[in-house]
Design a protein around this ligand. Structure first.
Ligand code: UDP
Ligand code: MN
Length: 299
């Protein structure tokens, strides 16, 4: 009699457990943060469902002294890409040397540092936020995909503009030997990249059927008083950076990784890579502002 009571009690316990487990799974399927829309994150590791595809994007952000923009950018982009089910990793390539800013070299470094994990990249300005969810960040099979199209960018409207946000497969990036390392200071490195892509006969495409125009497709969070562009042209910089560079690129970028950090801002995770770029003074004597050079000489 006692044994029978034990058996019945055991069976009831099993039944109760089965019901509890079923209810738990039913609820987790209904919860969007765990199932369809967003990947689940456990101890910093992201788990994606199979419908997110096999490609993984490296969001490469050339960076220096833009902390306030980063606070907005990283959570915004993570959410934007999750909505599109784009597997991605954010890499902040932080230039920590004393040279002038070099966006192109930082992107070359970003590629080298992320290529094991990701099969395509977006070179992405930190201050340009895509507003229209129809801007598609998926794998650019057909060649470079220029998201920040001149028809849509709030500031740059010339036909050959490829700056701001550009997607490329690893293979295409390597085919053009990345970007020139000669562009210290602001501007023109993206125009030089256009020349490389044209020479390699890559087919550059841009978003179609976007009806939000130049005012409402992107938000350019750039206070030009606070974030002054470094437009100085030193030594023979102007002449030497006017034409296509056959000398430098991905295969000549010189740098040192000082440190790497995993960073979370709100729910967004990223890798910050502190990088010292190394300047070849013979090729690009304009990599320092004169004040930096003279203070070095004084020491
Ligand atoms: N940038 C940076 N620190 C600088 C200069 C530029 O981080 O001191 C990065 C940042 O990602 C920025 C991008 O380079 O969005 C392009 O620079 P900027 O915004 O000055 O160019 P714009 O497209 O506004 O002319
Ligand atoms: Mn800007």
């Amino acid at each position: 009699m006692v044994r029978l009571r034990h058996i019945v009690g055991g069976l009831l316990l099993c039944l109760a457990c089965t019901i509890a487990v079923s209810i738990f799974f039913a609820f987790s399927l209904l919860n969007p943060t765990q199932s369809c829309l967003f990947p689940s994150v456990t101890k910093g590791k992201i788990r994606y469902n199979s419908d997110w595809g096999s490609h993984q994007l490296a969001l490469i952000v050339p960076f220096r002294d833009r902390f306030e923009e980063l606070l907005v950018f990283a959570p915004y982009m993570q959410n934007f890409l999750n909505e599109q089910k784009i597997k991605h990793k954010i890499f902040i390539i932080n230039q920590v040397d004393q040279h002038r800013f070099n966006r192109a070299s930082l992107i070359n470094v970003g590629h080298l540092q992320s290529r094991e994990e990701c099969d395509y990249l977006a070179m992405h300005d930190i201050d340009l936020l895509p507003l229209n969810p129809a801007l598609n960040y998926s794998y650019p099979e057909g060649g470079p995909f220029h998201i920040a199209s001149p028809d849509l960018h709030p500031r740059y409207h010339y036909r050959t503009f490829v700056g701001g946000i550009l997607l490329l497969t690893r293979e295409d990036f390597e085919l053009v030997n990345g970007l020139s390392n000669k562009y210290w200071g602001w501007g023109l490195e993206d125009d030089e990249l256009y020349a490389r892509m044209k020479k390699a006969k890559l087919n550059i495409s841009r978003p179609k059927d976007i009806n939000t125009g130049q005012k409402n497709t992107f938000k350019h969070i750039h206070d030009t008083k606070k974030r002054k562009r470094d437009t100085a042209r030193l030594y023979n910089q102007r002449e030497a950076t006017r034409w296509r560079d056959h000398q430098t690129g991905l295969n000549t970028v010189q740098y040192r990784v000082v440190s790497k950090h995993k960073l979370m801002i709100d729910e967004a995770s990223m890798t910050v890579i502190n990088v010292e770029l190394i300047c070849n003074y013979t090729v690009t004597p304009w990599c320092d502002h004169k004040s930096v050079k003279s203070s070095k000489h004084r020491r």
